[in-house]
Design a protein around this ligand. Structure first.
Ligand code: SAH
Ligand code: SF4
Length: 359
């Protein structure tokens, strides 16, 4: 028996092409696309505009598999976290952060991470594998299911934004992330615009320009330190792409302008990177970049080697950055009771002994 083709994760053109092999005209393929990405169909039998015979044929050759929900938790503040199991048994976490009239889904790009940022829980996990485009789009579908937003009018939906800030380094899995985001941005499907998508990177410099040109999404940079000696420890990829090169790539980011500034994420670590001098140096470094700063109170995890800066210290740091004309909100810590805050995501997926990482 030949393997069935997984539809989730195919681009719209790939779907049209694949379906044409079975005699479906392109307008039918478009209908199927809309059933999946506008109406949230999980079975071919729900596609009532497709003849029964054709539904059966679809079932014979294609699947609509989504990741399985292993566990779903809701925080006292409304933040939701799902532990999802992929078709090969690997697990990732995904978080939805609701706000008054909007909400962001924090999406993972890898099972684990190759990088080992010293303050990040995910960084203590080895990279198990890259997520496929299907795994990534599947996360969005699961969130829409869980939030029951398929049938709502767009203006009534809370799931408005996507942040690629879950587990993994998205620019180390660029092809799959790009393909997934193209599917998610497609105007005839989920249609979340590039202005509502933010990709966060620890600083994979050679991929930044391509990301801006091809995807045009908002960029967030995990800066966290203003001197190379310290950033080498906190964000070790800095040894390969130091601060100067990283900021040069930001200056040239094709999708940034005054209305769409680059976010610099800065985790507040007590006594490590939170002095007034650090704040002044940050301001100096960001000069000339369309930038805003997001100060993230450090979220602890078991045996983490850092503490969070005091509220007063964070305030003083923010005041210096603000006074220099950069907006610098302190990110509210959300979902801590369910371990869903930034940098707390981890799953028990492990690389099997001897298993090679497939990249
Ligand atoms: N790998 C990408 C995206 C995922 S991390 C990146 O590093 O940008 C999302 C954000 O959470 C990053 O800015 C990361 O530095 C931050 N983060 C990681 N661990 C954290 C922790 N314990 N407390 C607060 N923020 C953390
Ligand atoms: Fe990976 Fe980002 Fe965590 Fe660093 S902060 S270990 S790049 S997920």
């Amino acid at each position: 028996m030949t393997e069935k083709t997984e539809i989730i994760g195919l681009s719209r053109n790939e779907l049209i092409e694949k379906l044409s092999e079975y005699g479906f005209e392109s307008f039918r393929a478009k209908q199927i696309w809309q059933w999946i990405y506008v109406k949230g169909a999980t079975e071919f039998s729900q596609m009532t505009s497709i003849a029964k015979k054709q539904q059966a044929m679809l079932g014979e050759h294609f699947t609509l598999t989504r990741p399985k929900i292993s566990r779903a938790l809701t925080s006292v503040d409304g933040t939701r976290k799902w532990l999802l199991e992929m078709s090969d048994g690997n697990k990732i976490e995904m978080v939805f952060i609701p706000e008054e009239d909007r909400g962001a889904l924090c999406v993972s790009s890898q099972v684990g991470c190759t990088l080992t940022c010293s303050f990040c829980h995910t960084g203590t996990m080895p990279l198990v594998r890259n997520l496929t485009a299907s795994d990534i789009v599947g996360q969005i579908l699961i969130a829409r299911d869980g939030l029951e937003e398929w049938d709502k009018r767009r203006e009534d939906c809370l799931f408005t934004n996507i942040v690629m800030m879950g587990m993994g380094e998205p620019l180390f899995n660029y092809d799959n992330v790009a393909k997934a985001l193209q599917i998610i941005m497609d105007g005839e499907g989920i249609a979340i615009s590039k202005r509502r998508i933010t990709l966060s990177t620890s600083g994979v410099v050679p991929m930044i320009e391509r990301c801006g040109n091809e995807l045009g999404v908002n960029l967030a940079i995990s800066l966290h330190a203003v001197r190379d000696e310290l950033r080498d420890i906190l964000v070790p990829i800095n040894k390969k792409y130091p601060i100067k090169e990283l900021l040069e790539a930001c200056r040239n980011y094709p999708a940034a302008n005054n209305a769409r500034r680059i976010t610099f994420e800065y985790v507040m670590l007590k006594g490590i990177n939170d002095s007034d001098n650090d704040a002044h140096e940050l301001v100096r470094l960001l000069k000339g970049i369309h930038a805003k700063v997001n100060l993230i109170p450090f979220n602890p995890w078991p045996d983490a080697p850092y503490e969070c800066s005091s509220r007063n210290r964070i305030r003083a740091f923010a005041d210096i950055v603000n006074a220099a004309g950069f907006s610098s909100p302190v990110r509210a810590t959300r979902g801590q009771d369910i371990f869903a805050a930034c940098g707390q995501l981890k799953s028990d997926s492990e690389r099997k002994k001897g298993q090679k990482v497939v990249l």
